[in-house]
Design a protein around this ligand. Sequence first.
Ligand SMILES: Cc1ncc(C[n+]2csc(CCOP(=O)(O)OP(=O)(O)O)c2C)c(N)n1
Ligand SMILES: [Mg+2]
Length: 696
Amino acid sequence: MTSTPALDLPTLDWTDHDTQAVTAARLIAMDAVEAAGHGHPGTAVSLAPVGHLLFQHHLRHDPADPDWRGRDRFVLSCGHTSLTLYTQLYLAGYPLTLDDIKAYRKLGSLTPAHPERGHTAGVETTTGPLGQGLATAVGIAMGARRERGLLDPDAPVGQSPFDFRVFVLCSDGDLQEGVTAEASAFAGHQALGNLVVVYDDNRISIEGSTALASTEDTAARYEAYGWHVQTVDLAPDGDVDVVALSAALDAATAETGRPSIVLLRSIIAWPVPGAQGTAASHGSALGADAVRLAKSVLGADPDATFAVPPEVVARTQANARARAAEARAGWDEAFEAWAAARPEEAALLARLDAGEVPGSFAGAMPRFEPGTTIATRKAFGRGLAVAAGLLPEVWGGSADLGESNGTNVAPTSFLPASSTLPGADPAGSTIHWGIREHFMGAAMNGIALSGRSRPYGGTFLVFSDYMRPAVRLAALMGLPTLYVWTHDSIGLGEDGPTHQPVEHLASLRAMPGLDVLRPGDANETAVLLWRVLSDRGRPVAFSLSRQDLPVLPEDRDGFSTSALAVRGGYVRWEGGPGDELRLVLLATGSELHVAVSAAKRLAASGVRTRVVSMPCREWFDEQDAEYRDLVLPPGVRARVAVEAASRQSWYDLVGLDGRVLGVDAFGASASAQELFEQFGLTPDHVVEAALEVLQD
Ligand SMILES: Cc1ncc(C[n+]2csc(CCOP(=O)(O)OP(=O)(O)O)c2C)c(N)n1
Ligand SMILES: [Mg+2]
């Protein structure tokens, strides 16, 4: 194991004031859980010294400006111990009061059970699903390296105003979750020296001792990942050893060539009599008797609640303010010097801060020749290549399927300075994630959180399941992540049922805050991609065909223009005798062409028929009622929807009189054509269904 290097590191200046502040944090945490009647007291009590050490001695941050660009990021991966963070935010003087903490876990409070980004100032990322925080933090560290490489490439490591450190506090559960194995392997591979993880090695989880479920040598595991590993033992009294931890944090920060982890021994709920060292203290209120005893042990009045001495709070807030002022003075100067020396990069940053795209972007959208054929994944790749060339904030890669996903669009690869591979660049544009979809999803969130990036990540749609926990967090946080999910139906052919997504579209559409885009042809694909990138919005998922699809005519022969795709749903084709519309066919993606073929036959047989392309249900639902009724006239109840996926997405739009043609099984290993026939997704079958609906 790496021992602390012999560097000239500061020694911790720890006084009685620090001890009093730690005690205050412990009291607040215990009382908050008692007041709520539920919550997670154990770890918040035992880790109070760690929170204090970070927020009062190590982190560079400014409570008066929680989003200060130069701040270090702190990620509480074990989100259940949110009180570890809330108490420090309060004691440091963030806009969070003791009353807010008294409302812990209550409706509308700033102190929900688990920290929520965008809800409470000072919370860098939403955590709670174990493992996600650490994996997200790796993404934050990646984003930091990329953006400083774009904006300030020549500054020595640690000398740029865009350099910051990412501190993580994580627990046993975090390290048991597989996503952190992927994340940690990748962080080691990428030599992310700006990442410092403190692992609370308290050897307790909900069911009891971690010996029930783990025997691995965590230090050896992280050594093997290529990390800088240190251990910190308990202090003689059983508390966290803050002096040793502080030294370890300094050594970790000094190590800029690799990520660092500190295995910190602690005793959960120390020093609460009866509760310390127990699994019960993890997630249940300690109880009035235990809290009274604990208060006595800590030298506080056992009968007083939330009795935080005002002078203690005044001191911690003043200390945080003073540290912020000092950090900011140097940083502001460095930032101004940078802006003066690098006007081009400063203009780029100003554009990114404004959330704008350059004026040249709109005109650069690729157009595809009607009458030709091209898979939407390939059209997407062509568009992405153009977009990434114009917008350096758009970067990402694939979980080893770059060619298939169309995401290999940039000449440089995101790799550490030590890499000798062709195209290696510490600020490279293409991320080779390896076959690590879980981590890719989480790290994309981190990249989006770290600055102004618009990360993309590709895999087959069926494996979106491997990314889902992170996608859900992206949706919860409203992050501008871009999922490139190709091979989006049985249309992928012979790879068979393990690779053919069926329920995925419906389940993704069920997720609030996620826009699912399934374009029907190449031009629709480009229109949607341009719309997404022109707007700094929420997460979007592209569902793209493996198979070639015709490029439909634009603005002629009954076809409208694909520019209308920005409405989410629009009339793509209409034909047939008279002007009384009798039938509406709804379709997305590859089935748009099945619907168009069927519609033409129905029109020829005398039924005025409309094909509505609905590449994004969410965007269509956001249109006003007038527009929606224009596209789907309420009086036309003969409707058939066709999509090569679970039928669930369409019943509300086709109504009780309509029909949905979809896929109700797992597909099979066969050609796309055979499968479309087997599942009845053919023009013949659509015509048949339409005639039935018209008759009813
Ligand atoms: C993905 C996920 N699975 C399960 C849980 C429920 N859960 C919350 S904390 C926890 C384990 C607690 O052990 P540890 O991580 O060591 O935290 P400690 O009790 O030591 O603070 C579990 C299973 C969760 N939050 N996330
Ligand atoms: Mg634990």
